[in-house]
Design a protein around this ligand. Structure first.
Ligand code: CDP
Ligand code: CDP
Length: 202
């Protein structure tokens, strides 16, 4: 039996953290769909055409070690506006969602476009300042030199591009449970997600 959990929301809202915990809790597989766009974005930084890169994407590309960088995040959001790029990545995501044993997918358009019939949908969000603070701390912990203002501007630019695009814009599905993690600890955010999913499971 398949059971799909769709988790969408803006950068650094806590989607990945919640998705991993929820997948472990229910014994489901997890796909971070942002990695697909990051892998395509990374290839465009090397000069490859975005559509060609999306069509030729293979699993090993998701393991490149530069995918978490801020440059690749911006490149990802630039290729994510291209309809042909999104179309090339659709089948893989839908097949993953339908796998036996259950699946958690996190991204921007899972509950709206990729899996509109997902059994459980969450939209995880937080204020731009809180999200930028979290990303800033991650970068500093990695030893990268950056300023909070730069990270905040980056987050806001990506939010706007993701929200305002014509193709699969970032928006909460009408039937999604919204979880604002601005003032939640990680444990409380996970608990809120698990209880919303358990309610959907009946
Ligand atoms: O996947 P997404 O970009 O939405 O966010 P994430 O990678 O799960 O979380 C971004 C950062 O925020 C991580 O360093 C988390 O540990 C942290 N976080 C937090 O401080 N409080 C939460 N309630 C959720 C995440
Ligand atoms: O981890 P973070 O939330 O910062 O970003 P991500 O989930 O890795 O996504 C990187 C970029 O890929 C986003 O800013 C979106 O432009 C794009 N993306 C998308 O368009 N659709 C998805 N399902 C996932 C990511």
């Amino acid at each position: 039996m398949s059971f799909t959990i769709a988790i969408d929301g803006p950068a650094a809202a806590g989607k990945g953290t919640i998705s991993k915990a929820v997948a472990a809790h229910f014994g489901f597989a997890h796909l971070d769909t942002g990695l697909l766009y990051r892998a395509v974005g990374a290839k465009t930084l090397d000069g490859t055409d975005a559509i060609a890169a999306a069509q030729a994407l293979v699993a090993e590309d998701l393991e490149a070690d530069n995918l978490r960088s801020p440059e690749v995040a911006q490149a990802a959001s630039r290729v994510a506006v291209i309809a042909e790029v999104r179309a090339a990545l659709e089948d893989f995501q839908r097949a993953f969602a339908r796998r036996a044993g259950g699946a958690v997918l996190d991204g921007r358009d899972i509950g709206t476009v990729i899996c509109p019939n997902a059994e459980a949908k969450l939209f995880v969000t937080a204020s731009a300042e809180v999200r930028a603070e979290r990303r800033f701390k991650e970068l500093v912990d990695k030893g990268l030199e950056t300023r909070f203002e730069t990270v905040l501007a980056d987050v806001k630019e990506r939010d706007a591009r993701d929200r305002d695009r014509a193709e699969a814009p970032m928006v909460a599905a009408k039937d999604a449970t919204v979880i604002d993690t601005s003032a939640l600890s990680i444990d409380d955010a996970i608990a809120a997600a698990v209880s919303a999913i358990e309610a959907a499971r009946g």
